[in-house]
Ligand binder design. Structure first.
Ligand code: F0G
Length: 375
């Protein structure tokens, strides 16, 4: 991307590292290029000397990191002549699928767990014109159905089992290295299906000139450019919600529960790949309670002015605990991915705010009193 050129999305920016040619029609909404914000107040209050950054993926076009994967998956689906895409979703994938399908002029079918997706995500899927199929079951049941139905109908699956999704999502790691000039020491993510932690590791590995068992395209001899940009790779840390933590249990969980509905997943699709990430990077998995997740969400909004959805705050909840304990040592650079925007889930945000709204008469004295009594 030359300096005087309009930003036209992550495929265009990283096209030499992605499965496209000059002739490919790119289905893009200008995704990627998200801010890497250095936290100031939280580390100071913690009293720990760490460089703590958040990668604000909620600022993608549909408000989550899924856009990175969806631009690539839908671009590929269209290149293959597909007229319809399908996904199971806890909400964000369905929002992204709906938007990119609209852009491409194809149909999106989305399976969502009835009553268990945040309102903003449902609104997105509906307004973009996806065919929304609510199922009386959870995400894992929806995922199993999507895999089955794709064998019987002309639809392309755009969940992260589609390897093009992870190719798009790996660009988040490229952006971080391009901006910091090197890989961070630690990269912390919330884990549901474990596609995103896998994608980040693929990206970091590629930029370090190394292949990884986590990459479906690599498997020894990758066809994409692997020219090294930097020497190191981070330690990858994945945090799950305690009620939905198969990586902590060491086995699938049948009835996952958490307030962080985006990661209410008990049967992660990238199970083996994510274990490869953990082993190759020397990282770990851990879990956070719903209370810790909500506290981290509130801390980010009230101390740093950054609003993410509950699932996203899991990365910060876990990282703060590990920084406090010294497991992530002082002197480290740490990136936490905030995967989705807080506006996705207004209900949970409002229910976290104890203060009553002030309602006063529309008069100067009443407004003045309200101000003075709250200074
Ligand atoms: N954070 C958010 C906001 C998500 O929406 C998801 C996944 C994750 C984290 C976990 O990422 O699955 O790659 O480990 N949401 C999917 C969906 C499942 O359907 O929107 P992962």
């Amino acid at each position: 991307m030359s300096d005087n050129k309009r930003y036209t999305g992550l495929i265009d920016r990283y096209r030499n590292r992605l499965p496209v040619t000059d002739a490919t029609r790119l289905i893009s909404l200008g995704e990627g290029n998200t801010p890497l914000v250095k936290l100031e107040n939280i580390p100071a209050e913690l009293g720990k000397a760490v460089d703590l950054y958040i990668k604000y993926e909620g600022l993608n076009p549909t408000g989550s990191f899924k856009d990175r994967g969806m631009t690539m998956a839908v671009t590929q689906a269209v290149a293959e002549g597909s007229k319809a895409i399908i996904c199971a979703s806890t909400g964000n994938t369905s929002a992204a699928a709906a938007a990119y399908a609209a852009r491409a002029g194809i149909t999106a079918f989305v399976l969502i767990p009835e009553g268990k997706i945040a309102l903003g995500k449902l609104a997105q899927a509906m307004i973009h014109g996806a065919v929304v199929i609510q199922i009386r079951g959870n995400f894992d049941a929806g995922m199993a159905l999507v895999k089955e139905v794709a064998d019987h109908a002309p639809v392309t699956i755009v969940n992260s089992i589609n390897p093009y999704r992870l190719q798009g999502q790996k660009t988040a790691a490229f952006e971080i290295v391009d901006e910091l000039g090197k890989a961070p020491d630690f990269h912390c993510l919330p884990v549901g299906n474990a596609g995103n932690i896998t994608a980040h590791w693929i990206g970091y590995s590629e930029y370090a000139g190394q292949s990884t068992a986590a990459c479906a395209f690599c498997e020894g001899s990758c066809k994409f450019e692997h020219a090294a940009v930097t020497a190191g790779r981070p330690t990858m840390v994945g945090y799950q919600a305690a009620g939905s933590a198969p990586f902590m249990r060491g086995e699938m969980v049948d009835n996952p529960e958490t307030i962080a509905t985006a990661i209410r997943i008990g049967h992660p699709q990238s199970w083996d790949r994510a274990w490869s990430v953990q082993k190759e990077s020397g990282g770990w998995f851990d879990e956070c309670t719903d209370e810790e997740i909500l506290a981290a969400q509130k801390l980010l909004t009230s101390r740093e002015g950054i609003f993410c959805e509950p699932a996203s705050a899991t990365s910060v909840a876990g990282a703060l605990r590990d920084i406090r304990s010294g497991k992530i040592p002082e002197g480290s650079s740490v990136v936490c991915t905030l995967t989705g925007h807080g506006l996705k889930d207004p209900d949970t945000a409002i229910s976290q705010c104890d203060d009553e709204l002030l309602t006063v008469d529309a008069e100067l004295s009443a407004v003045k009193d309200a101000i003075l009594s709250n200074m």
